[in-house]
Design a protein around this ligand. Structure first.
Ligand code: ACO
Length: 435
């Protein structure tokens, strides 16, 4: 990275000046390179939650939170949602270009032909408690891929990294569906190669050996769209976790398992489950929506409006806009039940009340990607504890593309943040009988 521009930092205490390089990205704010600050001034910087810190340089996803812009490899998300497919987006994220027709066919065929799990891996599932959360199962089983697929695992070999990426994209729906089947006491269903990626997932989730099952193309299409919208989102908590774990040259399946763990939290990917639970609570309570908005504003109450707010978007999340449309369309097309329609109505009414509320206006709190996605999943017959699993399935391509990019970045180093220590120092050990 080269730059002509600099920023001068003056230490008020000593008067010492340090010139730091200022980089201009292709889009987004300029970035100060503080790498030599400690060497020059002896100071660290302090930025909990990375509010102003770029942890890496990346050419995969761009988002402008003020304008509500999201692009994968330079292509706007709405164009991809309208014209592309999830697997084509996977190719794009991984390789940095749209595939030619034959290339896409070959990629789809590779993914389709690697959806099976090693039979010994399937026995892994039976070690989990029957009532385990599918995300807990997924963290364990994806980590276990490291133990089963360590052939072709030279992480410094580009071809091997591609094989790893293909394996992950191919096997995630199988692992996700098996996590659900196990937790519900249903027999595992093996993938069928004549089905599309999302049809196959629905087939592995919902078919029973005793009955014929044809995945609904409407649901498969909606799921494909949702997967596109969740495929990557630059340096969010789970992606940063994958990068950090992978920065020590750890096994990439293990690094992705750590990303799944980070995604699980309700402040991140777990919010889609939390939103639906909140909407159901609202409907059951019979209380006015304002009562819930007021609780969310009350700092002494830990309740927050789930599916609202975002670290980067200070405008409407473009994914939420698209998902709201899909939600409307799908619920109409499939003649959803009154209960499902009621959830959507409550969500839209809640959005309206919140967006007109001074507290939410002042803080630029808008619906995020999770606000409407849970309602769609529920209408598809997907149970609540599987919502974040589907998010993880879709985000896998983002995680592995970002990991792959890091592996080729000559400036990448093992991630090792510094700290502002404010604990005790230089104490003398007190023997236990003297304390
Ligand atoms: N409800 C009520 N108040 C909120 C909400 C919310 N959902 N989100 C933010 N705020 C308030 C905060 O209390 C804070 O108020 P203050 O300035 O008076 O202290 C202000 O808005 C700024 O919020 P922060 O928490 O500082 O923002 P941060 O960037 O750290 O957090 C987060 C972003 C975690 C997404 C937050 O908005 C939140 O918890 N939202 C609900 C959970 C959710 O939907 N998560 C999914 C995010 S999308 C994704 O990960 C896929």
């Amino acid at each position: 990275m080269s730059t002509e521009e600099t920023v001068t930092i003056i230490d008020d205490a000593t008067g010492k000046e340090v010139k730091l390089p200022l980089y201009t990205p292709t889009a987004g704010p300029k970035v100060i390179d503080i790498g030599k600050l400690y060497k020059e001034l002896g100071y660290f910087t302090y930025d909990p939650g990375f509010m102003s810190t770029a942890s890496c340089s990346s050419a995969i996803t761009f988002l402008d939170g003020d304008e509500g812009v999201l692009q994968y490899r330079g292509y706007p998300i709405d164009q991809l949602a309208e014209q592309s497919s999830y697997l084509e987006v996977c190719f794009l994220l991984l390789t940095n270009r749209l595939p030619k027709k034959e290339e896409l066919e070959e990629f789809v065929s590779t993914v389709t032909n690697h959806t099976m799990l090693h039979e010994a891996m399937i026995r892994f599932f039976s070690g989990f408690r029957r009532d385990a959360h599918p995300m807990a199962i997924m963290v364990g089983v994806v980590g276990a891929l490291a133990a089963f697929y360590h052939d072709h695992m030279d992480i410094h070999n580009e071809e091997h990294r591609m094989i790893t990426a293909h394996r992950l994209v191919a096997k995630m729906p199988t692992i996700a569906a098996m996590s659900y089947r196990y937790a519900n006491g249903k027999p595992f269903v093996y993938p069928k190669n004549h089905l599309s990626y999302t049809e196959n997932f629905l087939y592995m989730m919902f078919s029973m050996p005793s009955e014929d099952y044809t995945p609904d193309p409407l649901l498969a299409k909606a799921l494909d769209l949702i997967m596109i919208l969740h495929a990557d989102h630059e340096q969010n908590a789970s992606t940063s976790t994958v990068r950090l774990a992978g920065s020590s040259d750890a096994n990439p399946f293990a690094a992705v398992a750590s990303g799944i763990a980070a995604l699980w939290g309700p402040a991140h990917g777990g919010a889609n489950e939390a939103v639906v639970r909140m909407l159901i609570d609202i409907n059951e309570s019979g209380k006015p929506l304002q009562a819930f908005v007021d609780r969310a504003k009350d700092k002494s109450d830990s309740f927050r409006l789930m599916g609202f707010g975002h670290r980067v978007y200070k405008n409407y999340d473009p994914r939420a806009k698209l998902i709201r449309e899909i939600c409307h369309q799908l619920l109409n097309d499939m003649e959803a039940t009154g209960e499902q329609q009621k959830l959507l109505e409550t969500a839209m009414a809640l959005e309206k009340v919140a967006l007109e509320d001074e507290y939410f206006v002042q803080r630029n709190l808008y619906p995020n990607v999770d606000f409407y996605s849970g309602i769609i999943f529920l209408a598809m017959g997907i149970p609540m504890n599987m919502f974040t699993v589907i998010f993880a399935m879709a985000r896998t391509i983002g995680w592995i593309s970002q990991w792959n990019e890091m592996m080729t970045d000559s400036e990448a180093k093992i991630g090792r943040p510094r700290q502002l220590y404010n604990g005790a120092i230089d104490l003398d050990y007190v023997p236990i009988d003297k304390r």
